[in-house]
Design a protein around this ligand. Structure first.
Ligand code: CO
Length: 504
């Protein structure tokens, strides 16, 4: 008879093996974006799919299932300690999700999405939504089927959301997003009418790549990124990836005339990286050593990028250094003016280029549309019309063509339904978490002004990172702030900040 200790030893070994395989796949992806020659793509795709296949086989193998069922019995008899319960329940959640999807279904979805990606790129280039329609219809149909296979209580969308933000429901999101939407539409109207006019191009100049790179490394190190356990490289789209807490990588890209194009992405990705470097190495290969959810991960990037990185106190420390390195154009711009410039608000067509006030309306719009699509109350053919009318209603902008409208994001062509709302959840979590940090660290913002970020980073690490998946997202927010997730912290943050900037 195997003891509980034996069973967990076995489980941990298997999970560790899977995590090492996962790290190898992540490294191949990183290389693909950073170093791989163009012609390497076809073979690389096959190398990755072979490894993913091995991973999948090991994960849903009969032996693994047998082991999990033995532990499930212990769990039912309440014989597991706290950590064992976390390890088991998270592994079981992922295992049962994978088990519910037949191999043919997974293959069909992967092939459909793989074909759809290039069609989407073509459709976007030609700004012709009709090209993409048959592919998106097929993907939506498959995602509706996926929801049926996984199972759900109220909305099929919940089954898809669960992949990115476990335990969150579309009902909860709808309530929170509705309040947020009303607030944002209101404040954007006021900003438009403000007599304060800001010209963000005042910050443009000619910034050498070498100097930008040095600035990025300086800011990232100051935030606490450990370059002995990480790297910073260049790729077309910035991202963060991690193979274990001792090897965490971020990327950025550069524009000669605009150093914030690179720097803001570096601050964002460093926020993600600090989460991964903050996990405990001894928990590698276990849910205790993994981030909670997409939303919580995004909260760590946005808290640094927006709440800290666009805070006046942050720049009280960094701006004199920026002026010294780049006298043109900054010697002619005072700190207050500079601060207003980096916090310029303007409704635009493109999500990824939008500011922190308008950004969430881009997300709310996508959430409303994809939920209706999966629930079957709207159809793919209707998307451009619905998209354009929501853009007009929420942001007041007229969409000139599908390339700058419904076709702008890659997510749907990859089958990632349920992903978008985690961006806004991240912003809401970040404001609520920052409020708690301010209450617990005396003079937090004064510390920023003195270039001290250690307390804040340690606070995030101790309260969030080191716990891995011990808490659910909502459980963590309850634990840190004593309340459920609410939009009110983000609303107050935006209202106070922009009242001052735009003299509302
Ligand atoms: Co992010």
């Amino acid at each position: 008879m195997e003891t509980r200790k034996d069973l967990f030893e076995d489980l941990k070994n298997r999970l560790s093996e899977l995590s090492h395989l996962g790290s190898a796949v992540a490294l191949l992806h990183w290389d693909q974006e950073v170093y791989m020659p163009k012609k390497g793509a076809a073979f690389r795709a096959k190398t990755i799919s072979n490894l993913v296949g091995i991973f999948h086989e090991k994960f849903i193998s009969a032996e693994f299932e047998k082991l999990l069922k033995k532990i499930a019995k212990l769990e039912k008899d309440k014989k597991l300690n706290e950590n064992e319960r976390v390890i088991f329940s998270e592994t079981w959640r992922q295992f049962s999700r994978e088990k519910k999807l037949p191999a043919e279904f997974v293959k069909e979805l992967a092939e459909t999405c793989s074909n759809a990606q290039s069609v989407w790129a073509e459709a976007r280039k030609k700004s012709d939504f009709n090209l993409f329609v048959p592919y998106l219809k097929k993907i939506v149909e498959l995602k509706r089927r996926e929801a049926q296979l996984i199972g759900f209580k109220d909305s099929p969308y919940d089954a898809l959301l669960d992949e990115y933000e476990p335990q969150m429901t579309s009902q909860e999101i709808s309530i929170i997003f509705f309040e947020l939407r009303e607030f944002l539409v209101g404040i954007i109207g006021k900003i438009k009418k403000s007599k304060i006019k800001i010209n963000p191009k005042a910050l443009y100049g000619e910034f050498s790549l070498e100097k930008q790179k040095k600035l990025n490394q300086f800011v990232s190190s100051k935030m606490g990124f450990n370059f002995d356990c990480g790297r910073m490289d260049i790729s077309t789209h910035p991202f963060e990836t991690s193979f274990n807490p001792e090897d965490v990588r971020i990327t950025t890209r550069y524009r000669k005339e605009d150093l914030f194009y690179s720097l803001s992405s570096v601050i964002h990705e460093t926020g993600h990286a600090l989460y991964e470097q903050g996990l405990l190495s001894e928990n590698f290969g276990s849910p205790l050593g993994e981030a909670i959810s997409h939303g919580i991960h995004e909260s760590q990037s946005r808290i640094w990028e927006k709440i800290v990185g666009q805070n006046l106190n942050f720049w009280k420390y960094f701006y004199p250094k920026l002026k010294k390195e780049f006298p043109k154009p900054f010697s002619d711009i005072n700190l207050e003016e500079f601060y207003k410039n980096i916090n310029y608000v303007k409704p635009t067509l493109i999500r990824t280029e939008s500011d922190e006030v308008t950004y969430n309306l881009h997300i709310i719009l996508r959430f409303e549309i994809e939920k209706d699509l999966i629930e079957g109350t709207i159809e793919v053919e209707d998307l451009p019309k619905i998209w354009n009318s929501k853009m007009k209603e929420y942001l007041g902008v007229t969409v000139p063509n599908d390339a700058n409208g419904v076709l702008q994001d890659v997510h749907w062509s990859g089958g990632s339904f349920g992903y978008f709302p985690t961006y806004t959840l991240g912003n809401l979590y970040s404001a609520q978490i920052f409020d708690a940090a301010k209450k617990s660290i005396l003079n937090l913002e004064k510390e920023f002004a003195a270039g001290k970020f250690e307390h804040f980073r340690q606070w995030l690490r101790n309260n969030i990172h080191i716990h891995g998946k011990t808490y659910s997202a909502n459980g963590l927010i309850m634990e840190i702030t004593g309340e459920e997730l609410s939009s009110k912290y983000f609303v107050n943050y935006i209202a106070n900040k922009y009242k001052q900037i735009y003299e509302l």
